[in-house]
Design a protein around this ligand. Structure first.
Ligand code: 6PG
Length: 240
């Protein structure tokens, strides 16, 4: 497993993640003319988006060549307070010069299977039928070891063909829409952002414990031809 990069505070982690976004956007745009990024929900990414929306970092991104996607979504409409789209919209996308045509959200207001089909069709059109290779895919990790909406023991963990699925999560008694493992693992760079002492024990287990990806889905993230980064704060790293 990759060694995590440890930051003293959640704020330093958010700034470093925002700088990573800036650098990867610059590299991808120079290399192939666009930056396809998949955003995550969660509190740690939110702090990063807020950094990115501020001067000076916001001015260091050529937003005209950025294409925004999401790794997962809750089964809610885009104006719902639990929507990952709404969070990113308010923390970042409203604040920067990006057009709605560059923002590709998961339509959580649809029935979950339809939302998954719809989003997979969006990805197929954008990536011209080949499995998505995001330039940067951001992930959080829950204190149960879930990532994106791949929760322990759920069916989506076994999906090998589909790019996106609706995943029923018994512990939430609700549906989520999520990228599948092969799709996430096809990214050029996957970056986990993990902060807070509540994550410490699970992070140690994910990074240093025996491999059991059905119980610890974050362990299943292993890009096949890409980079894996773990950006964590000191509190989350306490058990390492
Ligand atoms: C979601 C996220 C999810 C999140 C983790 C960690 O939709 O909830 O995509 O996978 O990243 O639950 O969230 P925190 O950063 O808030 O702890």
């Amino acid at each position: 497993m990759t060694s995590p990069i440890i930051y003293a505070t959640p704020g330093a982690l958010a700034t470093a993640a925002a700088e990573l976004f800036v650098q990867r956007a610059r590299d991808a745009i120079a290399d192939h003319g666009r930056f396809a990024v998949a955003l995550s929900g969660g509190s740690t990414p939110k702090a990063m988006y807020q950094r990115l929306a501020e001067h000076p970092l916001s001015h260091e991104v050529d937003w005209t060549h950025v294409q925004v996607f999401w790794g997962d979504e809750r089964a809610v409409p885009p104006d719902h307070h639990e929507s990952n789209y709404l969070m990113a919209q308010q923390a970042l996308l409203e604040e920067v010069p990006i057009s709605s045509a560059q923002i590709h959200r998961i339509r959580g207001e649809l029935p979950p299977d339809e939302a998954a089909d719809d989003y997979e069709a969006v990805l197929r059109a954008f990536f011209r039928g080949t499995r998505p290779r995001f330039d940067l895919l951001l992930l959080g990790m829950g204190d149960d070891g879930h990532t994106a909406s791949l929760f322990p023991g759920t069916a989506a963990l076994d999906e090998a063909e589909r790019w996106v699925v609706a995943n029923y999560v018994p512990k939430l008694a609700d549906w989520r829409i999520t990228l599948t493992l092969p799709t996430i693992n096809a990214a050029a760079c996957v970056a986990f952002l993990v902060a807070g002492e509540a994550k410490a024990e699970r992070l140690a287990e994910v990074l240093n414990g025996p491999r059991d990806p059905h119980r610890l889905p974050a362990q299943a993230i292993q890009p096949t031809d890409g980079e894996l980064l773990w950006l964590v704060d000191q509190a989350a790293a306490a058990g390492l």
